[in-house]
Ligand binder design. Structure first.
Ligand SMILES: [Zn+2]
Length: 105
């Protein structure tokens, strides 16, 4: 089962506030497309809608691939810099969830 919530992210470059899905757990069993998105870190990528800079979202995510489970945490690296990323945004456990907040209004 894939579980996610939403999380408010702030662009370190321009201060734009965005909202991105935070994947607590991802089940890639029988889902090759999703597996590729995890492998290419696409699930953990946020592109600022204002300045267009690309950031990696850093938080632990439980991956379940056909019964093999591991915790994956994306981190910014030289390799990502070469792929056009500008840095990482650390998402903590009690990040503000604008979608959930709207539901409770
Ligand atoms: Zn920005």
């Amino acid at each position: 089962m894939t579980q996610f919530s939403h999380c408010e992210v702030v662009c370190p470059n321009c201060g734009e506030i965005g909202c991105e899905m935070k994947f607590h757990s991802v089940n890639t069993t029988g889902k090759p497309k999703l597996k590729m998105e995890v492998a290419k870190w696409e699930l953990y990528t946020w592109v600022c809608p204002k300045c267009g800079k690309k950031y990696i979202l850093s938080y632990p995510s439980l991956i379940n691939d056909n019964g093999t489970m591991w915790v994956f945490t994306a981190h910014f690296s030289e390799e990502l810099a070469a792929r056009g990323f500008s840095g990482e945004i650390v998402i903590d456990d009690d990040c503000y969830d604008p979608v959930m907040a709207a539901l409770w209004k």
